[in-house]
Design a protein around this ligand. Sequence first.
Ligand code: ATP
Ligand code: MG
Ligand code: MG
Length: 128
Amino acid sequence: MYRRILVAYDGSDHAKKAVAHALALAKAFGSSVCVITVAVDPSQASLDKAQKIASEAAEALKSQGVALEEVAVRSGTPATEILNYAEEKGVDLIVMGSRGLSALQRLVLGSVSQAVASRARVPVLIVR
Ligand code: ATP
Ligand code: MG
Ligand code: MG
C-alpha cells in the first residue's frame, strides 16, 4: 500500500519512535523510505548537525535492511520543508513524532506535526 514513506526526524525520542514505525511499515509493505531533517538555519554548523541527526535515522533503517531512498537535509521552516519534500518525492505516507525537541510540554502536538498534519496531501502518521 505504501510505496514510499517519508520520516521526519529531529533526533527527539518521539522521532525515534516514528523511525521504528516507519521501519515496521516499510518491512510490511516493501516500501522505500526517505528521511528528512530540517536544520534551524542555513549555516554550515547547523547543516552539519542536521546531517549527523539524519544519519542516525538512516543507519537505523539501513541496519534493518530497509530500502533507504534518500536522506535529505534542508534548512528553513521545518513544516514547509517537510511538506515540499514530500511533494517533491511523491511519498504516500509521512511519519513523524507527536512532539519533538522543544522543552515545552503544554501542548499535545508540537507545531511542526500540527502544521504538517493540517496541510499534507497524503496521510500522516503521528507517533506518540
Ligand atoms: P515545537 O517545535 O512546536 O515547540 P516540539 O518540538 O515538541 O514543539 P515538533 O517540533 O512539532 O514538536 O515535533 C514533532 C515531530 O516533527 C518530531 O517528532 C519530528 O518527527 C518532526 N520534526 C520537528 N522538527 C523537525 C525538524 N527540524 N526536522 C525534521 N523533522 C522535524
Ligand atoms: Mg520542535
Ligand atoms: Mg520549535
